[in-house]
Design a protein around this ligand. Structure first.
Ligand code: NDP
Length: 281
């Protein structure tokens, strides 16, 4: 639609940013609501983040999402950060407040939990231990969200054990670090298995894990969404486990930012999924 002089402006800062699906995501909602607004890509090199963020209030921009490599560095620039975001240690959503302050949030964990609820209505966080594969940025958001949702115990298996141990020390005491070659050992009583590594992503090796001990009632999910059906999800579905793909997390994490910037609470629908997937190439 043609913008007026009062159009609301938001966008995503990343380097690179051209591949991001967020333009399709927010563009769909802007069209759906007929909003006088735009969501734009802002390619910003790592060294330019602080200047770019400080320019947002000056330019009248309502806020931005952040993607690789900016989510952690932004924490040193933001004026206000909520407790959840501080625990995760990274921000993916910035809202420019009325007074010009930069408010940072992390909505990745929210998106993860909302996608589980939407795809597997009878999953309960309190139902049993969660096994998390990986200990990077996505894992931090997932782990903190699962803690807040009430998961009784979390086991993290990571290729670099010291990183998993560091997360357990920082975010515990309900977290145990497991060596990568022992990753299947914690599955016996698990209610949830989450892949947060990049294994299974197009161009990466498949995730190799023996699922024999995993209870049939356990939910299996993957934050990787390209391809949508990763080898892990295929293997889990073949043995009867309910599976949830990673696209829902991406779609749901966008909702709080959109609501704050454009004043409407958007929904995640099949039509939205299809529209965003069509841009995934
Ligand atoms: P990071 O680089 O922070 O972490 C990568 C993780 O993968 C680390 O734990 C790393 O282990 C592990 N890893 C990488 N290669 C291997 C390998 N060959 N064998 C075993 N482990 C490996 O990345 P992010 O956490 O930011 O992203 C991870 C994935 O999640 C990406 O595919 C990303 O696209 C996806 N993602 C999806 C989101 C969604 O909305 N669905 C949101 C955010 C991310 P080590 O510590 O040993 O290096």
């Amino acid at each position: 639609m043609t913008l007026s002089g009062k159009a609301r402006v938001a966008g995503i800062i990343g380097w690179p940013v051209a591949h991001s699906l967020s333009m399709r995501l927010h563009g769909f909602w802007l069209d759906r609501f007929g909003i006088d607004g735009v969501y734009a890509p802002f390619p910003v090199r790592p060294g330019g983040l602080e200047q770019a963020l400080r320019a947002l209030p000056l330019l009248g921009i309502a806020g931005v999402n952040l993607t690789v490599p900016h989510k952690v560095q932004a924490m040193t620039v933001l004026d206000r950060v909520d407790d959840l975001t501080r625990r995760i240690g990274a921000a993916n959503t910035i809202i420019v407040a009325e007074d010009g302050a930069l408010e940072g949030r992390n909505t990745d964990g929210y998106g993860f939990i909302e996608s589980l609820k939407a795809a597997a209505a009878d999953w309960s966080a309190k139902g049993g231990p969660a096994v998390i594969l990986g200990a990077g940025g996505a894992a931090r958001a997932v782990i903190v969200a699962l803690q807040d949702a009430g998961v009784p115990c979390i086991r993290i298996a990571n290729r670099t054990l010291s990183t998993a141990q560091g997360l357990a020390d920082e975010l515990g005491p309900d977290i145990e670090a497991i060596a990568w070659d022992q990753r299947a050992a914690g599955l016996g009583d698990a209610a949830l298995l989450v892949n947060t590594t990049s294994l299974g992503l197009t161009g990466q090796p498949a995730l190799d894990i023996a699922l024999d001990d995993l209870p049939p009632g356990a939910l299996v999910t993957d934050v990787v969404y390209a391809p949508l059906r990763t080898p892990l999800l295929e293997a889990a579905a073949a043995r009867g486990n309910v599976t949830v793909d990673g696209l829902g997390m991406l779609l749901h994490q966008g909702r709080p930012g959109f609501a704050a910037w454009f004043g409407r609470d958007p929904e995640v629908t099949d039509a939205l999924r299809a529209h965003v997937l069509a841009g995934a190439g």
